[in-house]
Design a protein around this ligand. Structure first.
Ligand SMILES: Cc1cc2nc3c(=O)[nH]c(=O)nc-3n(C[C@H](O)[C@H](O)[C@H](O)COP(=O)(O)O)c2cc1C
Length: 278
């Protein structure tokens, strides 16, 4: 019987939209190679028969469709598949990676400054935010953890007041830049995450937003994470001619700070940690 991946036969994969195909390739590389590989290398689990074959089939389809393979994500998939193939051929594998090491005291100082010094900034000067900084912020968003690495996150950068007016939230933006954190919902539907792990869809956007706020802070910019509703989502779809399967999940306003808020504080950690009552 012909192999099916998530219920999709090779012929389905050959005509599947590219974003969904990429998602399935990422997900299969993750689930059928990555999460098993390091346990196999430690001798904690036996290598499954045809290790990596589903990811390989997807990569073959990707290549047959002459889609680009020089991107970092595809290179990662290829590397994982090659390692799986080596193991299948009983060829020893060396990863050329190192265990994580504790940060030095100086590095920890910077980390604490980043994590505990970040605060939401809602007013900005009219100093322009360079594109390179925005790119670094969005790249940080892409590098955030994501359920099964499905590559669903998209960004829309709005720089003009006319466009900002389409996005309704409780905080007006007067200067700076607005970045909408968006998602391609086709990807989740293809993988049936909407049925099995719908919460991941929200978590993915949240993780990206948090990484972005931290990067903005490290760059000396201010940022605030804002919520918007369905009407905003619809207006943005119309403005950019996007299908219903494209959703703006939340947005950040980013700019050079024009306010220095008192950092809000949290409840005590002791109250937040739940203990057993005897
Ligand atoms: C999911 C989420 C939604 C938020 N929505 C808004 C919002 O709509 N308007 C706003 O002014 N701030 C919003 N914020 C920012 C929070 O108000 C802010 O993070 C919180 O008060 C803690 O302050 P800090 O960020 O300065 O530590 C949101 C933050 C998160 C995580």
């Amino acid at each position: 019987m012909a192999v099916k991946i998530h219920g999709y036969a090779r012929n389905d994969l050959l005509v599947m939209d590219v974003d969904s195909l990429r998602a399935v390739l990422h997900e299969r590389t993750h689930h059928t190679i990555e999460v098993q590989l390091y346990r196999i290398l430690k001798g904690k689990m036996a290598k499954p028969k045809n290790f990596g074959s589903q990811a390989k089939l997807l990569l073959d389809v990707w290549r047959e469709r002459t889609l680009p393979t020089d991107t970092q994500d595809l290179q990662w998939c290829i590397k994982m598949i090659e390692i799986a193939e080596k193991l299948n051929a009983s060829i020893p594998v060396t990863l050329e990676t190192a265990l994580p090491e504790p940060f030095s005291n100086t590095e920890m100082k910077a980390v604490r400054k980043l994590l505990y010094g970040r605060r939401s900034i809602r007013q900005f000067t009219d100093r322009p935010v360079p594109d390179e900084m925005l790119r670094e912020i969005m790249h940080a968003g892409l590098m955030a953890p994501q359920g099964c690495n499905v590559a669903s996150t998209r960004f829309i950068v709005l720089r003009s007041p006319e466009e900002w007016r389409l996005v309704r939230s409780d905080i007006p933006i007067e200067n700076g830049v607005m970045i909408l954190i968006c998602q391609d919902l086709r990807v989740y539907k293809t993988l049936r995450f909407d049925q099995f792990v719908p919460q991941n869809i929200y978590y993915d956007a949240a993780a990206a937003a948090d990484h972005m706020c931290l990067m903005a802070h490290a760059l000396g910019l201010g940022a605030c994470w804002l919520t918007h509703g369905e009407k905003t989502q619809q207006r943005i779809r119309e403005l950019f001619g996007l299908p219903e399967t494209f959703i703006t999940r939340c947005h950040l306003i980013i700019g050079w700070p024009d306010e220095a808020p008192i950092k809000s504080q949290r409840m005590s950690l002791d109250d937040a940690v739940i203990k057993k009552t005897n």
